[in-house]
Design a protein around this ligand. Structure first.
Ligand code: PLP
Length: 421
């Protein structure tokens, strides 16, 4: 089925009222038919609703629809993109283990991996996403995840997904790909060997900056990689916290099953039914929006590249960009989403430009229908040291734009007057 058709129909069968819009099931809990039914649901002999921290009918439609869009097997909606990333890593690694991450990550993912997971005894080791050959030297028998973004925020690099997943597969290690900026419309990491994807649904999924949420998707057939894999004993041995359940033996997609039964149960960072409903609305026009965002971003990038005050433009849709080849290989029709950045000579110039724009909102978000401008070094990446900033490609003079859905001529006119003010 075509992606646009999937986005409108997958995962929903109309209820007895014939309701066209997916209903919002605002309910904390669900009545069991009797004690046996309750026992069957808890022991997974039957599948069904128990309590909204574990599952919810509206969220279920969002998870099913997103799974199909991504070409995966199952998904878990979460309360934020950060919790989706946390779950993906915590589901694979424990104290004493390590993970190998691209150093070009969203700022929150960098702090989560470098600082929060460190406090839990999980070490993060970093490689340059433009140089996957660095990965092998970082791997040992305690490596549980290789984590990277398909289209990096804010450095706007395109990962060579096949090169990275080939190394991971050679060592039987799980790959987790943050596909937020590309979205399933533009990039399908599972077709290139990835195991798990994560998204911040707060961005292009809602599309209008309406809600915080996330989603984690498991690829088809991941069970075979986990089964009898010594790196992932906890999927192959009885889980004492779930009356001895062995995740690879249940007959359900094991990575999302364990996320739900163990992590959602114990940590509870679940999507609210109302937010899941908003995400469903957003998915209906995601593929239409991504084409327009990409078109506007390319027009802006071409304008900025020709402007004398701009030192460098980062947009993979530009032929001059070092990521152009990867973008053509991994992105649908070479469309590169709405995120671009450009560098001017100093922090002062960058600040002046950001303050002088009128149409763009100074907001720490991306993927809104309204255009956004940000200065990463003073906002999202403020916690990073100057060395860390340079390492993840965020110099002080970098300005990031999330191109919205306004007309491209208005967007260009406003950035021109800001540059020349
Ligand atoms: N991943 C990427 C690529 C992001 O850009 C963001 C937020 O900007 C996140 C994850 C975190 O998502 P959330 O804000 O929904 O927690």
């Amino acid at each position: 089925m075509d992606l646009q058709t999937t986005a409108l129909h997958a995962g929903y069968e109309k209820d007895t009222q014939g309701t066209m819009a997916v209903p919002i099931y605002m309910s904390t809990a669900y009545e069991f038919r009797d004690v046996e039914h309750a026992a069957n649901l808890f022991s997974l002999k039957e599948l069904g609703n128990i309590y909204t921290r574990l599952n919810n009918p509206t969220t279920d439609v969002f998870e099913k629809r997103f799974t199909e869009l991504e070409g995966g097997e199952a998904a878990i909606a979460t309360s934020s993109g950060m919790s989706a990333i946390f779950f993906a890593i915590a589901n694979a690694a424990e104290a004493g283990d390590n993970i190998v991450c691209a150093k070009q990550l969203y700022g929150g993912s960098l702090t989560q991996t470098a600082h929060t997971f460190k406090r839990f005894g999980i070490e993060s080791r970093y490689f340059d996403v433009q140089n996957p050959s660095e990965i092998e030297a970082l791997i040992d028998e305690k490596t549980k995840v290789i984590f990277f973004e398909s289209l990096t925020n804010p450095s706007i690099d395109v990962a060579d997904i096949e090169a990275i997943t080939a190394i991971a597969n050679k060592h039987g290690i799980l790959t987790v790909v943050d596909n937020t900026v590309a979205t399933p419309v533009l990039c399908r990491p599972f077709e290139h060997g990835a195991d798990v994807t994560v998204h911040s649904a707060s961005k292009y999924t809602t599309g209008q900056g309406l809600a915080i949420g996330g989603i984690l998707v498991e690829r088809k057939g991941l069970i075979e990689k986990l089964r009898a894999n010594p790196r992932y004993a906890h999927f192959n041995e009885p889980d004492a916290s779930y009356h001895g359940l062995v995740y690879v033996d249940v007959g359900l997609p094991p990575f999302t099953l364990r996320t739900r039964l163990s992590l959602l149960r114990d940590i509870g960072a679940v999507s609210s039914p109302f937010n899941s409903w908003l995400f469903i609305q957003g998915l209906e026009h995601l593929s239409l929006r991504m084409k327009e965002h990409s078109k506007n971003a390319l027009a802006l990038a071409e304008f900025l590249e020709a402007h004398p005050k701009v030192k460098k433009v980062n947009y993979p849709g530009l032929k001059s960009n070092s990521n152009y080849k990867n973008a053509q290989k991994y992105f649908q029709d070479g469309l590169c989403s709405g995120l671009l950045s450009f560098e001017v000579d100093s922090l002062e110039s960058a600040t002046k430009i950001v303050n002088a724009t009128e149409l763009y909102s100074l907001v720490v978000n991306i993927g809104d229908s309204k255009s956004i401008i940000t200065h990463p070094a003073s906002t999202t990446h403020q916690q990073l040291t100057p060395d860390e900033l340079d390492a993840c490609g965020v110099p002080a003079g970098l300005v990031r734009i999330s191109a919205g859905l306004e007309s491209s001529s208005d967007l260009i006119a406003d950035i021109k007057q800001a540059l020349e003010a």
